[in-house]
Design a protein around this ligand. Structure first.
Ligand code: FES
Ligand code: FES
Length: 162
């Protein structure tokens, strides 16, 4: 059994320690936001946060997150009550097919938690790891900018959870 915390809840998972975190999130915990894109660390569709940093969950073995804090896009809000970052992506209509979006949001969340007022260059640099096959990058960048403004206006308590 491996114990991990996901979105504030503790889970004990009976799986091979080498299993990629992405498979556990989707297959065992029914958290389907993070997507399998390449499985090779090249696209960012599987991005989640571990202890505040963006990680590629297709590459991270379950054993590496034992007793650590994992956050997925489901932890930022819901369809009924989207968090500020999710709301910004909706307002900017940043999703086309949507496949990359959960990973984009989690990479942006990690950026904004460590740098609440990023420059455009810093946003571009932080988001460069994540690819969007639909080419909505400009809308995604606008959404991150919009979210940064909204989070600063809302104060620190609203910046992490809805
Ligand atoms: S699925 Fe993990 S980087 Fe592509
Ligand atoms: S919206 Fe389709 S891959 Fe990004």
């Amino acid at each position: 059994m491996i114990t991990l915390e996901v979105n504030g809840r503790t889970h004990s998972v009976d799986a091979d320690p080498a299993t990629p975190l992405l498979y556990v999130l989707r297959g065992e915990l029914a958290l389907n936001g993070a997507k399998f894109g390449c499985g090779l660390g090249q696209c960012g569709a599987c991005t989640v946060m571990v202890d505040g940093s963006a990680v590629l969950s297709c590459l991270l073995p379950l054993s590496a997150v034992q007793q650590r804090s994992v956050k997925t896009v489901e932890g930022l809000g819901s369809a009924q009550e989207p968090g500020l970052l999710q709301r910004a992506f909706i307002d900017e209509q940043a999703a086309q097919c949507g496949y990359c979006i959960a990973g984009m949001i989690m990479r942006a969340q990690a950026l904004l938690e460590r740098n609440p007022a990023p420059t455009d260059a810093e946003i571009r640099r932080a988001m460069a790891t994540n690819l969007c096959r639909c080419g909505t990058h400009m809308r995604i960048l606008r959404a991150v900018r919009r979210a940064a403004d909204a989070m600063r206006a809302a104060g620190p308590a609203r910046s992490v959870t809805p």
